[in-house]
Design a protein around this ligand. Sequence first.
Ligand code: G4P
Ligand code: NA
Ligand code: NA
Length: 194
Amino acid sequence: MKALQEKIRTEGRALSEDVLKVDSFLNHQIDPVFMQEIGQEFARRFKDENITKIITLESSGITPAVMTGIELGVQVVFARKSKSLTLQDGLITSSVYSFTKEESKEISISSDFINENDRVLVIDDFLANGQAALGLMQMVAKANAQLVGIGIVIEKAFQNGGMKLRENDVRVESLAQISSMAKGKITFVEEEAL
Ligand code: G4P
Ligand code: NA
Ligand code: NA
């Protein structure tokens, strides 16, 4: 998605070879008008899949998921990272390992909001090592729902999450794929071939 590459170039900052800061529109401040375009693009790619539900992980996945939900006219469920006071029974859980924090976290969604009749689209902001996506996929499987695909705003293609997911025959649609980063320079996969 050209507009996203442009946005990343103008507003993003490579903090190192593997961390991209996009706080001005996605991870802290949110640019709603731009994020609406993101939702439209995901919807365009998945419109023929009869999706009934979108699943994401709090917090930064919520914006692109909701924007897509508006376009597809379906409900959005975000997995929680901490136990909720009101959410206790009928939880579907999964464990997500963080390489950066070197710890596993339990994430959960209520079984009230996903069932075996659902055709699910998983949406997230970043794809790095794929642990979050794998955790969300596991919950879809536990609910006996059908996973239709995964929509990612920014894939860091130099990390192995995308490969892991595609190896499992999962349809992964990433709106921007970064092939490498250096301080001050971000290269996208398409440019790599040039
Ligand atoms: P990883 O080991 O699979 O790489 O992921 P890890 O669990 O360490 O990721 C921690 C958080 O950092 C996740 O957000 C993930 O989306 C995000 N992340 C991974 N790579 C980048 C990056 O290059 N730039 C930015 N901005 N974020 C990245 P989270 O903890 O779930 O936080 P949030 O959803 O509340 O924002
Ligand atoms: Na995320
Ligand atoms: Na994040």
